[in-house]
Write a protein that binds this ligand. Structure first.
Ligand SMILES: Cc1cc2nc3c(=O)[nH]c(=O)nc-3n(C[C@H](O)[C@H](O)[C@H](O)COP(=O)(O)OP(=O)(O)OC[C@H]3O[C@@H](n4cnc5c(N)ncnc54)[C@H](O)[C@@H]3O)c2cc1C
Length: 421
């Protein structure tokens, strides 16, 4: 083992993609890693998401337009971005803090931090998947943004210009006439699109399972149906983790419980302002003319991603608490989006309907760093709409921070200290 690396045991709370990524980089440091999950491995938000690996996705949800969408959603229960007013102080404070950051300046500031972690994560994906470390295929075929309305298509030119000038993220512009040749699954009557060729796609649950298999072979222990209830501490140090399956001693503890992380905030003596942002996906059998590239339809806020297993439609951002219904109108909206853009008939039988609670922070940045009041605890959550994309860089940062090494990208923007001054 590298003498700069710290050994000892680590308990990770949560076997979603973030917990799995932290396990990988900590095990690579020679740490003895145990991952505990109250359910089954990668069965939460990391299961049915859209699988998009998008270094192009640098702009945060906090944008000057987000407030307008939020206010309009109060009057439209079918809007893709929906806020159900709630009286809890945690919810009200989150919304106010989110709204404060919906300015052009704050958007660019958040995007600058996102850019560094997105680029780092993409490089890590390349070494994990191209390098054969994890046995899973991925599709480096880019992301195509598709527009129906000429007005919206032209309006996106401003965003495209901003992305190019500030972040060197540039797209190829395709007219409506060019689209069917570029992606034969698209209809002939669309306004146009922007193609981000640097993006990629991976099947999220197949990737998570392959990664877990590799880690189990390397000696990482995963314990399912094991809910973490509290921490046993001595002063500012966690001695052990109390669970529904007994006590786990650890030299370091990582909290990676996704949208549930705030339920353990008191134990970690740390504010974790994360709200569940509910989204849905429907996966149907692959149509005979199946898209080749991963797509985003900004007017409908829907992503369409082709996998060997089927065609997935995913969308919606609902701030409605931990509600676990899948309303029929949501799955219908997703499938109708197919009709609006694709040559395919809307499939009659759908294979799988799913929802997930994204761990949403009010500044659109993940929370990665030491719990400020404890000497041996790290928080790794709040990855919002990009937990899959950001997982490898998060795991790398977690190992560097717990290993007391310099971090490969600036970690201050992601520190939990920003909520705990
Ligand atoms: C419709 C939709 C589409 C999306 N598309 C994309 C995409 O294309 N690309 C992308 O990068 N991201 C996407 N996302 C976001 C991404 O899915 C999430 O950011 C990511 O899965 C969060 O991972 P996580 O490990 O933090 O949380 P989770 O996957 O939810 O894992 C948390 C785990 O912690 C466990 N847990 C909670 N509490 C406890 C406890 N007390 N004790 C033990 N275990 C506990 C849970 O059981 C769970 O397994 C999408 C999300 C949705 C909803």
């Amino acid at each position: 083992m590298n003498p700069m690396m710290k050994d000892g045991s680590v308990v990770i709370i949560g076997a979603g993609i973030i917990g799995i990524a932290c396990a990988h980089y900590l095990a690579a440091d020679g740490r003895k890693v145990t991952v505990l999950d109250k359910g089954t491995i990668a069965d939460g938000c990391s299961y049915g998401n859209c699988g998009q690996i998008t270094p192009s996705h640098v702009l945060p949800l906090n944008s000057p337009d987000a407030i307008k969408s939020g206010v309009l959603s109060l009057f439209d229960s079918r809007a893709p971005f929906r806020v159900k007013p709630q009286l809890e102080p945690v919810f009200i404070n989150w919304m106010l803090q989110f709204a404060r950051r919906c300015t052009h300046g704050r958007m660019i500031e958040a995007a600058t931090s996102l850019k560094s972690i997105l680029d780092s994560s993409f490089q890590e994906f390349e070494s994990l998947l191209d390098g054969g470390v994890v046995d899973c295929d991925w599709n480096k075929s880019g992301t195509l943004y598709v527009y129906r309305s000429q007005k919206m298509f032209e309006a996106f030119a401003k965003t495209d210009d901003l992305l190019t000038r500030h972040f060197a993220v540039s797209a190829k512009r395709l007219s409506g006439a060019d689209l069917p040749a570029f992606e034969p699954a698209l209809r002939q009557d669309l306004a146009g699109g922007y193609f981000y060729e640097q993006d990629a796609l991976v099947h999220p649950s197949r990737f998570a399972k392959a990664w877990v298999r590799k880690l189990q072979n390397d000696g990482v222990k995963f314990v399912e149906n094991c809910e973490v209830i509290s921490l046993d501490k001595e002063g500012a140090r966690i001695k052990s983790v109390m669970t529904s399956k007994g006590v786990y001693e650890a030299d370091d503890v990582v909290l990676a419980a996704g949208a549930f992380s705030p339920t353990l905030a008191r134990e970690f003596e740390c504010a974790i302002p994360v709200l569940p942002g509910k989204g849905y996906s429907v996966t149907v059998a692959r149509p005979s003319v199946c898209p080749k590239v991963s797509m985003i339809m900004p007017e409908h806020n829907v992503a369409i991603t082709p996998f060997a297993e089927g065609l997935r439609f995913g969308s919606m951002m609902e701030f409605v608490g931990f509600d676990s219904d899948i309303p029929e109108f949501r799955t219908r909206q997703l499938k109708e989006c197919g009709k609006a853009y694709l040559r395919m008939e809307t499939p009659k039988a759908h294979e799988e309907e799913w929802f997930g609670w994204r761990p949403m922070t009010w500044d659109s940045l993940p929370i990665i760093g030491r719990a400020p009041k404890l000497s041996n605890a790290l928080i790794a959550t709040g990855h919002c709409m990009m937990g899959l994309m950001l997982a490898p860089a998060t795991g790398k940062l977690a190992a560097e921070i717990l290993g007391e090494r310099a971090t490969h990208i600036p970690d201050a923007p992601f520190s939990p200290a920003r909520f705990n001054a």
